[in-house]
Design a binder for this molecule. Sequence first.
Ligand code: NAD
Length: 252
Amino acid sequence: MNYASLEGKTAFVTGGARGIGKAAARGMALSGARVAIADIDIAAAEATAEELREEGLEAFAIQCDVTDPQSAADMAAAVVKKWGRLDIAFNNAGICINTPALDMTYAEWKKVLDINLTGVFLTSQAAGRIMKEQGGGSIINTASMSGHIVNIPQPQCTYNASKAGVILLTKSLAVEWAPYHIRVNSISPGYIATDMTLSAPQEWQVRWKDLTPTGRMGTPEELVSAVVYLASDSASYTTGSDIVIDGAFTCI
Ligand code: NAD
């Protein structure tokens, strides 16, 4: 048995155009899966899909706004239309807005919750409906160590609340959908070097590294094996789990 094989499986990755989603999409494709790059930024998604195809991997891009139930359902249906089934859903799209709670507008609060939590629910639901019919599948959600702890120095209460929500949504769906052989798990990364973190003020980045026992941010590639594991049949008894990958940040 090849423990990490995703041969014959099909997947979608939301927020797959760049960062963590892009690395995971490539990793899943290198492990044998056919992967749909689903992103609100269709030009970036097209570029990522093209990069994968140039490596000889099977991928296509599809525009999806995870906050829109119809867009989520159409995206999942497009994977089935193209490849006949949907085995893996990596619900990874997310944003962060750093505003102190006392100054936060309702629109800011709602935007983060809509993308990070409601979006994960909507794309999980779209995938779950298909997976129930076909007899099973694996759903992986990107939570965060911010669902476990409060980050400093940046004020990000809406982000933290959204990610804590993703962790318990994951567990709830794992229990509800276990009878349908649908596994639902999450990953909780610490600070990972992507556009999201590298666009933050330098002094925050220095502080984050100081607070991390390993003394550095992780790379998107350092999350890939966990995603591939959760997607694979090796994880057949792993459901309702959250894998923290944070350079020991949450240990102290
Ligand atoms: P990123 O900003 O590089 O990528 C996010 C992607 O999501 C982009 O391609 C963007 O276009 C897409 N997206 C945004 N809104 C969308 C929507 N409404 N519908 C569809 N796609 C949308 O960020 P990243 O660092 O790769 O983050 C990916 C996930 O990992 C997010 O959920 C983030 O919260 C989480 N995360 C990141 C870190 C980190 O340190 N970078 C740590 C923990 C968790």
